[in-house]
Design a protein around this ligand. Structure first.
Ligand SMILES: *Cc1c(COP(=O)(O)O)cnc(C)c1O
Length: 259
């Protein structure tokens, strides 16, 4: 195994995030006041994605100051969130579940220590089940953060609700899920999009979804985050308005292929 310097990788990604945020605001400066206000002083959240990576690397990143971590396999998250070293050394860790969540796995994820957000709510049945079960595990006055996952690329293999259903699903969460807090919208998008063809259409579409949801459900733009951007495209995603980037291999090194 090659030596990966997690601290350095993290530092590097954080500074690229900051630079990209500056480009975003200077682009808007003096032009569209409401957009400047929308992003005022806000550096996008880095979610460090640690799937397939060992607990030691998580602790290393935590020690370097990182708090938000993402995992997308249920069993792996269960193991890591309950790992004794994580419990002992990463008391303030904030777990984001970013993978496909089947309704029959909800009760494995909800009890996890330091579960912070589920980014992948993609239908009403799942939202309803998470909502109904959260009070058993969360503290009574804390709603669970969720994002609605949108299948912006329309690929059959991708999860997420179709763009045409985002308003309806978001409304369902707002009106029928009092134990959930609708934190934002999330997309994965097409892999390997070539930026020389212009802005990534998945990111444009997610932004349009947010505009529609905000308008129809009376939410302020700044109160509905956009989770988009991974190792290959997080800077571009930030320039397009992302407030939450999920970055793995740029910090922790390439992953071995799952077999
Ligand atoms: C693996 C994964 C990421 C991170 O991917 P990298 O290319 O390693 O940065 C982000 N989001 C989701 C949903 C993932 O599954």
């Amino acid at each position: 195994m090659s030596e990966i310097n997690v601290k350095l990788g993290l530092k590097n990604v954080l500074s690229r995030i900051e630079e990209a945020s500056k480009r975003r605001s200077s682009e808007f400066e003096g032009k569209i006041p409401q957009l400047v206000a929308e992003f005022e002083g806000k550096i996008p959240q880095l979610v460090a994605v640690t799937k397939t990576k060992p607990v030691d690397m998580i602790i290393e990143a935590y020690d370097a100051g990182q708090r938000h971590f993402g995992e997308n396999y249920v069993n792996e998250l269960v193991d890591k969130a309950n790992h004794k070293d994580i419990l002992e050394k990463c008391k303030d860790i904030k777990w984001h579940f970013i993978g496909n969540l089947q309704t029959n796995k909800v009760n494995k994820v909800l009890p996890l220590p330091n579960l912070y957000m589920i980014e992948t709510i993609d239908d009403e049945k799942l939202a309803a089940k998470v909502n109904a079960n959260w009070p058993k595990y969360g503290s009574p006055d804390m709603r669970l953060n969720v994002m609605v996952q949108v299948n912006t690329s329309g690929e059959e293999a991708k999860n997420g609700t179709p763009p045409s259903n985002v308003v309806q699903l978001s409304r369902f969460v707002l009106e029928n899920c009092p134990n959930l807090h609708l934190h934002g919208l999330m997309t994965i998008g097409l892999f390997g999009y070539d930026l020389s063809n212009g802005p990534n259409p998945d990111f444009i579409l997610l932004k349009q979804c947010r505009d529609k949801v905000c308008k129809e459900l009376n939410i302020e733009t700044k109160d509905l985050e956009l989770s988009m951007g991974m190792s290959d495209d997080f800077e571009h995603a930030i320039e397009m308005g992302s407030t939450n980037v999920r970055v793995g291999s740029s910090i922790f090194g390439a992953r071995e292929k799952k077999t």
